[in-house]
Design a protein around this ligand. Structure first.
Ligand SMILES: Nc1nc2c(ncn2[C@@H]2O[C@H](COP(=O)(O)OP(=O)(O)OP(=O)(O)O)[C@@H](O)[C@H]2O)c(=O)[nH]1
Length: 522
């Protein structure tokens, strides 16, 4: 694992995925919202259209029955004023005939006396039966003093065989007793034709019924539905509970769900309901929804493709960056190793001459800039030529290795630099160290070498010893401090050799005239 995180690349990938998801969700959200708005609008339009249609049909039914009723009123008024006996039947017949001819909605008009016998018949055909005393409207008027119009259940006309709805009024004698009934039959074909002119879609419906739910006419027309009662259906339930209105309901007749508008006809006990089927209303919307969904899916597919491409690009970039980081790390490690190798002595493992030179330059600069002490200890193996001659060069190498280890172990501070200066010479650079400290360190080194007691038959003392020269840098500026320090340490080392070896000598601080001497014995 290489240093340096993968976090930025990982974040970029996650952000790209999040971005694609966000845009996709936004597209879906906008699509749903648009479709929902379109659906609500469609529903509102259908509700408005069905409500308007219901109003128009209700007004039409009201006008139609009102026209028939006004004819009835005229006849009643004439019969009640002139009296049933005094009226001219031919004139009345002509009047009724003219009325039926004038109103295309009327099938016929009739006057019945108090026994139910036909007094006047506006139709040219004779009625199939003579008496009408058992008919519902006759029974109703005979029993009720109420002089308002009465609308009855639809019947198949006995005279014409057509579906008609009877509207009738009671005729009174001057004393208020029952004198008979005047009847107009409204032709349902007239309504059927009118209803046919409205566009209600493939599955819409139009209903004209009595207040109690008795069907007068329904589109689509079904003969067996005429006269049936749908009063327990949802339209009448809603109408009874909440009055006129618009609602989505399921038909009791054909189970189709529709948007119904329903209301009472203003002056007569009739109800009009019109409806558009839900499937018809939303057919266009469903088409639009499918198209919108297809477009959104296509957009999401394109977006996902782009997102995938982006994520792949990020992955590639991430991999390349990781490889580059690996390569950089490996390179840096190799450089560090090379640097270490280039500064290390291969025989002893101590710093090499280059390491020493670099450290000497740096420490001299630091010492002069900060006016801090600096000491150099130069160590040279005594009679080493003889050692090589006596034990061989490989043994000499091993001896140098052991001495290097001993010097390194005797080092007082981590900041002290121990390096093989060359041949059998080892140098120790002691930053921040005065002469006394340097002398003590040098003495520790000398004792450490003696302590490992490498046998040396060519030495006067019988084992390997070292001579050490110590020099310190005087305070102040020195144009060539490293050379000066080296020269002084060498001089002190030469003096240690000259004085009999296995001892430490201190040169006067480099750059000063006086110097001190320290031997192994003091
Ligand atoms: N085995 C071995 N010998 C080395 C190495 N470097 C230097 N020498 C030998 O160390 C010896 C140093 O000899 P000299 O300079 O005459 O000094 P010395 O014999 O130690 O005598 P004094 O320094 O006067 O005590 C030489 O024979 C070098 O060949 C090394 O890396 N390995």
């Amino acid at each position: 694992m290489t240093p340096g995180g993968d976090a930025p690349a990982g974040n970029a990938k996650r952000n790209a995925i999040l971005f694609v998801l966000l845009v996709a969700l936004t597209l879906i959200g906008m699509g749903c919202w648009t479709l929902w708005k379109a659906r609500v609008l469609q529903m509102e339009e259908a509700s408005t259209a069905t409500a308007n249609m219901t109003k128009a049909l209700s007004q039409h039914a009201d006008d139609t029955f009102r026209a028939a009723d006004s004819m009835l009123l005229g006849v009643v008024e004439r019969l009640e004023v002139d009296g049933m006996a005094g009226v001219s039947l031919p004139r009345l017949h002509n009047l009724l005939k003219a009325s039926v001819a004038q109103l295309s909605s009327l099938e016929g008009m009739f006057v019945f006396d108090q026994e139910g016998r036909t007094m006047v018949n506006a139709l040219s055909v004779r009625p199939a039966r003579a008496g009408n005393a058992d008919r519902e409207y006759f029974v109703y008027h005979k029993a009720n003093l109420d002089q308002s119009a009465h609308v009855g259940a639809p019947t198949e006309s006995l005279t014409t065989g057509r579906w008609v709805v009877p509207i009738s009024r009671r005729i009174n004698h001057p004393d208020g007793t029952f004198a008979g009934v005047v009847l107009a039959t409204v032709d349902m074909a007239y309504f059927r034709q009118f209803h046919q002119s409205f566009d209600i879609g493939a599955n819409g419906t139009i209903l004209l019924a009595l207040d109690d739910g008795t069907v007068l006419l329904r589109r689509p027309f079904k003969a067996d539905l005429v006269g049936a009662n749908v009063g327990k259906g949802p339209v009448f339930t809603q109408l009874r509970a909440n009055g006129p209105g618009t609602a989505m309901l399921q038909s009791v007749v054909d189970q189709v769900v529709r948007v119904y508008s329903y209301e009472h006809v203003r002056h007569y006990p009739l109800v009009v309901a019109t409806a558009f089927a839900k499937d018809d209303i939303f057919a266009g919307w469903q088409q639009e929804a499918l198209q919108t969904a297809a477009v959104i899916l296509a957009l999401i597919a394109v977006l996902s493709g782009c997102g995938l491409h982006l994520v792949r690009q990020i992955s590639v970039r991430e991999r390349v960056e990781a490889e580059l980081r690996d390569a950089k790390y490996t390179l840096e490690r190799m450089n560090r190793s090379l640097e270490l190798l280039s500064l290390q002595d291969s025989l002893t493992g101590l710093g090499n001459r280059r390491r020493f030179d670099l450290a000497l330059q740096a420490e001299c600069r630091h010492s002069m800039r900060h006016q801090t002490p600096l000491a150099l200890v130069m160590i040279d193996v005594d009679h080493f030529k003889r050692y090589n001659d006596l034990y061989g060069h490989p043994a000499g190498d091993e001896c140098l290795r052991r001495i290097g280890a001993a010097v390194s172990a005797a080092r007082g501070r981590a900041s002290d630099v121990v390096a093989r200066y060359g041949g059998e010479e080892i140098a120790v650079l002691l930053p921040q160290t005065q002469a006394a400290g340097a002398l003590a360190a040098a003495e520790r080194v000398r004792e450490a070498v003696e302590a490992i007691a490498i046998q040396h038959a060519g030495s006067p003392v019988g084992h390997v010893t070292v001579s050490i020269g110590v020099a310190t840098l005087a305070q102040g500026e020195h144009p060539d401090a490293p050379a000066l320090l080296l020269r002084e340490a060498d001089r002190a080392l030469y003096e240690a050799k000259a004085a009999g070896r296995n001892q430490v000598r201190l040169a006067a601080p480099a750059g000063r005239v006086d110097e001190g001497i320290l031997t192994a014995d003091n």
